[in-house]
Design a protein around this ligand. Structure first.
Ligand SMILES: Cc1cc2nc3c(=O)[nH]c(=O)nc-3n(C[C@H](O)[C@H](O)[C@H](O)COP(=O)(O)O)c2cc1C
Length: 347
């Protein structure tokens, strides 16, 4: 439940000191980063988060450069605070998207979905943007720092959307003690301020949160999508299951629905057709990959929560109602400050 008594000012001041490095990096009030979510993190949520003192990040997803330019301008019209843009490294026009960000003077570019190509990273930095990359393991974290990443996000398998195999609990222990050159932000399964505080005490500069912000009042996600989040429990947010190792499936954590059930049946049918010689291996793999095409949009924009993809992190159980973004941010900060106050004076 919410903290009934406000934590003392001293606890907030101490929290500010803990968050100073991360907040200075983003130029935001708090070291809290809105995890970019395709179709969800558009101008309204992004601006609301930045206006609330966090750092909003636009999810470019599959947008083409002109569309991204419009979204950035739309966000700039709603906030004078800094915000970032998340670019998927597989996008065929990655460098043009970087140019769009630079032309619009976006301060931070987050490269997601893999290690960014050197040329895109260099272009972003030379153009004056700060670059944030995802580090899935310590060796890659070190490599990314050497390549010029200005900050890292470590995202555990508790997160919503595409996930790696390792939990944040383990990634934090593996990476935080060894990367001090750049700020490292933690992501995955974070729904309360106490968790943010704990990871900062382990050395994180701040946290990136996705799921917890989906039910922000300002978020344009369809009411059905929001309702699914409010109803959902941690145990309902499961990774996609791969039926046969010959046909790899990228793990995506999402709330279970008719679509996830049918995906299993679809894999079984495709497998049977492959075994009967009706499909080549390539055709079968493509068929499996195409199953989810457009599925996140169907759920977020159209509200088809039965057939669409309900990408959500395990923290979905901590989403209990629709609230203004500023209220969610304030709640997280209060929970962190209250936990800090309970730690007592530093010895
Ligand atoms: C609906 C949804 C869509 C997402 N889309 C993206 C995306 O386009 N790019 C990306 O880097 N991460 C994406 N993510 C991951 C988030 O940015 C963030 O790292 C993640 O939500 C953090 O874990 P949490 O949901 O437990 O807070 C998505 C997550 C969700 C729930």
């Amino acid at each position: 439940m919410d903290v009934p008594v406000s934590p003392p000012e001293a606890a907030f001041a101490q929290l500010d000191r803990l968050m100073a490095r991360g907040a200075a990096f983003f130029g935001s009030r708090y070291a809290l980063l809105g995890g970019a979510m395709s179709w969800v993190s558009e101008r309204n949520l992004v601006a609301a988060l930045s206006n609330a003192g966090a750092f909003g990040v636009i999810a470019c997803g599959a947008m083409e450069p002109p569309r991204l330019a419009v979204e950035i301008a739309g966000t700039q019209a709603l906030t004078s605070r800094p915000f970032g843009v998340n670019l998927i490294t597989m996008h065929p026009r990655l460098e043009q998207l970087v140019d769009v960000c630079l032309e619009a003077k976006v301060s931070h570019i987050v490269f997601a979905g893999g290690i960014p190509p050197g040329a895109a990273l260099k272009r972003a930095k030379e153009g004056g943007a700060k670059v944030v990359c995802f580090a899935p393991a310590l060796a890659l974290a070190k490599k990314l720092v050497r390549s010029g990443a200005d900050a890292l996000v470590i995202e555990g398998s508790e997160a919503g959307g595409h996930i790696g195999p390792v939990s944040l609990n383990v990634l934090a222990q593996e990476i935080l003690p060894h990367i001090t050159e750049v700020p490292v932000f933690v992501a995955g399964g974070i729904g309360r301020g106490e968790a943010i505080l704990s990871y900062m005490e382990m050395g994180a500069a701040g946290a990136q949160i996705g799921t917890r912000f989906v039910c922000a009042t300002e978020c344009v996600a369809h009411p059905n999508f929001k309702r699914a989040f409010i109803r959902g429990a941690a145990r309902d947010a499961l990774p996609t299951v791969q039926l046969d190792e010959r046909f790899p499936v990228i793990p995506v954590r999402a709330l279970q629905n008719g679509g996830t059930k049918r995906f299993m049946e679809h894999q079984a049918t495709v497998l049977a057709r492959f075994q009967a010689g009706e499909l080549s291996k390539e055709e079968a793999q493509l068929d499996i990959e195409h199953f989810w095409a457009g599925a996140l949009r169907r759920a977020v924009v159209d509200g088809d929560v039965e057939n669409g993809s309900l990408m959500a992190g395990q923290s979905v159980g901590m989403v209990t109602r629709e609230q203004p973004a500023a209220e969610i941010v304030a709640e997280l900060m209060e929970q962190a400050a209250a936990a800090l106050a309970l730690r007592g004076p530093r010895r």
